[in-house]
Ligand binder design. Structure first.
Ligand SMILES: [Ca+2]
Length: 491
């Protein structure tokens, strides 16, 4: 399943192509494109195993679920339909592209031209599912919580067949269906109030006998209805229809709208909302860890709940017969060594026959491990350990030190804090896969691929310091005198 174009071509893939998908934002992945990740040439089996985990966690984070998809609008700066059904939405003048979430989104100003529309997508006489990320405007021109705002609808001559919306009567989100003559309305309503400025994932389902509303991947409301009629007058994002005219124009932002011609299960809705990714890909402090390489046809079976060092250890144990509890206990005095234990063993040469010290940054190869010792400066962590994908290039843009050369190193690791900040200009060339998802106040954690900056002494070529990402400030740059760094090859 993992694409290895780099391996097939035999050439290292450099630059932004490492995270394909969003044309406008090289650092992000479109929800339907993560299978195209051009991974680096892999000669180290444990790197391949780590990449497989990243790959599936990326699919989960993007809500990858193509089965039955009749329309999918990632809204990454274009109205394109990525479902393969070629149903692009056309924007009214009250809709504009925005970048509140990684990859981009669509913002509506609440005026009469606030919409994006295409011809009818769903056969609304049969069960269907519709979903979207929504965010009511806050700031200088906030949404009015006394006003009805519809995020997604599909319309007949007079009224919308269904509405995924904010309803001021309940002060929260709702999924509704109507009769063709507008005489009947059935609502499934959320249980907690909606707030301004909060990205929320909504899914509405009609299964033939009931409607269901899911909020952030969890079922929050249901109602019985067998209403069935064909809504043939268009699929709308950002508005609804009543008495034959547009109403409920959205004020805020909408992203990743999907229409499925079937009922999605609760587990599937958990996937498309990103909830499963949040559950399965977690950074843990402490000794507990669960790292499970699942099966390709079951995304949800891939689990990466660990800290940096336990993730690396589980990758080695999963890949090599020698990487046993007995080995690590013999050479590291622990079944699952801490990052500082790895650093010390690499430096002292005490890691046993399967770890060979690498001193120079320019000698690093794919699969090598780099361990940093925090020297007791962090109460929660002894340090950090990463697996190298490639030494990408010499970086000279900022935070340079005399007598040292700065290298951007692409790494696989498990962290609570992605490497870099989406949207800063320097980030795009050195992105982090954990930024597939929400960047609006979220801190996407877990296993992923990102870039750290390691420095080498011009005199010796050995590690001299590091910083967490291309965006990290000089003040967050650590010299080896304060935080020792050591690397090793797995042999
Ligand atoms: Ca988007």
């Amino acid at each position: 399943m993992v694409s290895r174009r780099g391996l097939l071509s035999g050439a290292a893939i450099v630059g932004v192509g490492a995270f394909t998908g969003a044309v406008q934002s090289p650092g992000t992945a479109a929800a339907d494109a993560p299978l195209n990740t051009p991974f680096t040439p892999v000669t180290a089996p444990h790197l391949a195993e780590a990449e497989r985990m990243v790959h599936y966690q990326r699919l989960l984070a993007s809500g990858y679920l193509p089965g039955g998809l009749l329309g999918h609008w990632p809204l990454d700066g274009t109205g394109a339909d990525r479902s393969g059904h070629e149903r692009p939405v056309t924007l009214g003048s009250g809709a504009s592209w925005s970048t509140l979430r990684a990859g981009g989104d669509l913002t509506f100003d609440g005026t009469s031209n606030a919409y994006a529309a295409t011809a009818s997508v769903l056969d609304t006489t049969a069960p269907f599912t519709v979903s979207a990320w929504v965010r009511l405007a806050d700031g200088d021109s906030p949404a009015d919580l006394a006003t009805m705002y519809t995020a997604v609808s599909q319309d007949g001559t007079s009224a919308s067949r269904f509405l995924l919306q904010y309803d001021p009567a309940f002060s929260t989100w709702a999924f509704k269906v109507r009769s063709e003559d507008q005489s009947t309305k059935v609502s499934a309503v959320a249980t907690t109030p909606a707030a301004l400025g909060v990205w929320t994932h909504l899914t509405g389902v009609w299964d033939g006998t009931q409607i269901h509303l899911y909020v952030n991947g969890e079922l929050k409301g249901s109602a019985a209805t067998t209403l069935s009629w064909a809504a043939t007058r268009g699929f709308n994002i950002g508005r609804a229809k009543w008495d034959g005219a547009p109403v409920n124009r959205f004020k805020g932002s909408v992203d990743d709208v999907r229409a499925y011609g079937r009922v999605l299960s609760a587990d599937e809705i958990s996937v498309i909302s990103g909830r499963t990714a949040d559950l399965n890909n977690q950074y843990l402090v402490g000794s507990a860890s669960t790292v499970t390489w699942g099966t390709p046809d079951d995304l949800t079976s891939w689990i990466a709940k660990a800290r940096c060092s336990s993730f690396i250890t589980w990758v080695l144990k999963d890949t090599y017969g020698w990487a046993s509890d007995a080995y690590f206990t013999q050479y590291f005095q622990d079944r699952i060594p801490e990052a500082a234990d790895y650093r010390k063993a690499f430096t002292d040469g005490t890691g046993g026959p399967h770890f060979k010290r690498i001193r120079k940054v320019t000698d690093l190869q794919p699969g090598d491990l780099i361990a940093v010792d925090y020297n007791g400066s962090d109460p929660d962590n002894t340090g950090h350990i990463v697996m190298v994908r490639q030494v990408k290039d010499v970086f000279t843009g900022s935070v340079n030190f005399s007598g040292e050369t700065q290298y951007a190193v692409e790494v696989v690791d498990m962290t609570s804090d992605p490497h870099g900040v989406y949207g800063l200009s320097s980030y795009a060339q050195y992105p982090d896969t954990r930024m597939v998802s929400d960047v609006d106040g979220a801190n996407f954690q877990g296993v992923g691929i990102g870039h750290m900056m390691f420095y080498a002494s011009d005199t010796t070529g050995e590690f001299s310091r590091y910083r967490w990402s291309v965006n990290s400030s000089s003040a967050k740059t650590y010299a080896v005198a304060d935080r020792p760094i050591s690397a090793a090859r797995v042999v």
